[in-house]
Design a binder for this molecule. Structure first.
Ligand code: SAM
Ligand code: NAG
Length: 244
């Protein structure tokens, strides 16, 4: 099985050689950081149409999580274009965080469309190190399609727990690996090294549910869902919440 994976990986690598050469020479990354926000803006429209009911159900739970200020302090982790704003109840005070500043243009657009929310600031940083955000300063943290792309899901989840207040909630929707041993998983392994470049660091074979289970939240609930866009190689999704 492993040899087959290596062989097919090599084949895909050869077929996409120009891309890998550009990546090796350092030309690909700046290009990717530039086009990726446009790609996400397009995909988000499709995803949200498919996920409308599910996202509404998930984020309706934000109501009632307001902290001492009477408002819900919400961190949008890996905010991208701001795909979730339309689902949040009024009175949320949103902090956006993303390492790619090229999203700002799209983020500003989403903010203008969602005047029922307050926007605190856009922090350009990695989720692995959110030192700009104080301990226990958030009532809610949201991450959708982010843990596939971070360097270390484990460190990001540690940081999520740190910035949440006790009783604060983490809502997530992430794509994850297909079952080990399946053909679909083999296919994900074969495509991953190339897909990572196309998808701005997106990994296909992460078993993110394990990181969530190991992150020492006091409560964890999730469900598995089929992917919203069939033709992409991303696998099943998990959606749920964790309580600090
Ligand atoms: C697939 S996009 C999803 C964007 C948005 N959350 C959504 O649901 O449409 C992945 C996002 O994660 C961001 N990202 C990548 N690495 C990250 C990291 N280490 N910490 C936080 N965000 C990261 C990317 O810049 C990008 O905005
Ligand atoms: C913030 O939390 C971290 C980890 O939980 C802890 O090590 C650190 O001492 C805390 N800092 C403050 C200022 O309370």
């Amino acid at each position: 099985m492993d040899t087959l994976v290596r062989l097919l990986q090599l084949l895909v690598l050869l077929l996409t050689l120009p891309l890998h050469l550009m990546a090796l020479l350092g030309f690909w990354e700046p290009l990717c950081k530039t086009y990726f926000p446009y790609l996400m803006a397009m995909l988000t429209v499709k995803c949200n149409r498919k996920m409308d009911g599910k996202k509404q159900e998930l984020f309706s739970q934000i109501k009632g999580l307001a902290g001492a200020s009477g408002k819900v302090a919400l961190l949008e982790l890996g905010c991208g274009t701001g795909a979730n704003f339309q689902f949040y109840p009024s009175g949320c005070r949103i902090t956006c965080l993303d390492p790619n500043p090229r999203f700002e243009k799209f983020l500003t657009k989403s903010m203008a469309k969602n005047r029922h929310l307050e926007y605190e600031r856009f922090v350009v940083a990695f989720g692995e190190d959110m030192r700009q955000l104080a301990n226990g300063s958030m009532d809610v943290v949201v991450s959708t399609l982010v843990l596939c792309s971070v360097q270390s899901p484990k460190r990001v989840l540690q940081e999520v727990r740190r910035v949440l207040r006790p009783g604060g909630m983490f809502f997530f929707w992430e794509h994850v690996a297909e079952p080990r041993g399946s053909w679909a998983f083999l296919w994900q392994q074969v495509l991953e090294p190339t897909w990572k470049h196309i998808g701005d660091g997106c990994c296909l074979t992460r078993e993110t549910w394990k990181d969530l289970e190991n992150a020492q939240f006091s409560e964890l609930q999730m469900e598995r869902q089929p992917p919203p866009i069939k033709w992409l190689p991303v696998g099943p999704h998990i959606m749920g919440k964790a309580v600090k």
